[in-house]
Design a protein around this ligand. Structure first.
Ligand code: SF4
Ligand code: SF4
Length: 88
């Protein structure tokens, strides 16, 4: 689970559902990135302990620019595995 806070908004991405430990590779979904009309999410490569740092298999979505979130909840509505939560 990755938690990022900015101001009063808190956005969580459950990596056990989407990301290196989850069933979903975010590169095959990207619904939250497409649905959000603000520059909140970042899709990026991650290095997993014990693996080749150049292995391109591991990616995750991280909420980076939380201050841009308008709390519209569209990302939550489109996520197929309920990996996202937004609270304040
Ligand atoms: S709640 Fe809306 S503005 Fe905030 S991250 Fe989700 S889609 Fe983007
Ligand atoms: S919508 Fe959900 S499953 Fe799809 S990339 Fe975003 S967090 Fe992952």
């Amino acid at each position: 689970m990755i938690a990022v806070r900015k101001g009063k908004t808190k956005i969580l991405i459950d990596l056990s559902k989407c990301g290196p430990d989850g069933d979903i590779d975010p590169r095959n979904c990207t619904k939250c990135l497409k649905q959000c009309d603000r520059p909140v999410f970042h899709l990026h490569h991650v290095i997993v302990d014990g693996d080749d740092s150049w292995d391109p298999s591991y990616w995750q979505v991280t909420p980076v620019y939380i201050s841009q979130c308008t709390r519209c909840m569209r990302c939550i509505d489109v996520c197929p595995v309920n990996a996202i939560s937004v609270s304040w």
